[in-house]
Design a protein around this ligand. Sequence first.
Ligand SMILES: Nc1ncnc2c1ncn2[C@@H]1O[C@H](COP(=O)(O)OP(=O)(O)O)[C@@H](O)[C@H]1O
Ligand SMILES: [Mg+2]
Length: 287
Amino acid sequence: MSAIRVENLCCTYGANTPFEQHAVKNVSFEIERGDFIGLIGHTGSGKSTLVQMLNGLIKPTSGKIYVEDNDIWSEPKNIRNIRFKVGLVFQYPEYQLFEETVEKDIAFGPSNMGLSVEEIENKVKNAAKFVGLSDTLLKKSPFDLSGGEKRRCAIAGVIAMDPDILILDEPTAGLDPVGRDVLLSQIAQYQKAKNNTVILVSHSMEDVARVTDKVMVMNKGQLKMFDKTDKVFSRCDELNEIGLRVPQITKVTDALKNKGFDIPEGILTVDKAVHVISELLKKEGKL
Ligand SMILES: Nc1ncnc2c1ncn2[C@@H]1O[C@H](COP(=O)(O)OP(=O)(O)O)[C@@H](O)[C@H]1O
Ligand SMILES: [Mg+2]
């Protein structure tokens, strides 16, 4: 059974007005349970619209979305339940914090799920741990947190609902490089520990290359590619054509390969490149 499947999904904003905008055009795909997916594409390519449709916040203009084989719009009055199953962390989620304490903010989602006080407490604790928020921070006002901590608090609020599918829309945007690295590692650890389906929307090819198994590429509302991460990043020319790029390390190793060095295509991380190049040097007796 797939975690999520979409068929011929379309979303048009302002239909039949001068502002008509076809944000998502005829997109179909299937995501397996436990997949860690990267979603990349230019600003305006339809990524945020697509992920908001996946958790029922935006109703598609046409097309179907199946979560565990159930059409999510078959009973529109139950659409709220989909938001517990498919958790979405918005772009810049820190603007949506509103409770008196961090703890209460994280508890907001689970409190609406009909759970006992103990269960809610447990979920809040676990979620805070996953995103690295210490117990002392839980009692503070979310408005007294740093930018990075606010972001973590908002992510914890979605994780606390224990969604089967977690979608993060540009979770590292606007954070400093260290903050980005730490948060990305925590998301990767969460995905490994829970073996959940995770969709990571990102502008950073390096981030996507580092943590995801598969990549979707959106361009002008269409799904252009959907394949294993190394396969997608070995299509350097096609990505360049739509104004995207491969990770820098992939560019370097592909250039070496084109010069005749015996190294594989689509190397995604600096660590892997170091390994492959040192092996090659050893083989040639140069190391
Ligand atoms: N609420 C909205 N009303 C009208 N147009 C919108 C709205 N949200 C997004 N759009 C338009 O839809 C297209 C896709 O936007 P979006 O899904 O936000 O893309 P991305 O997340 O890839 O930047 C863009 O042209 C954008 O201007
Ligand atoms: Mg967006």
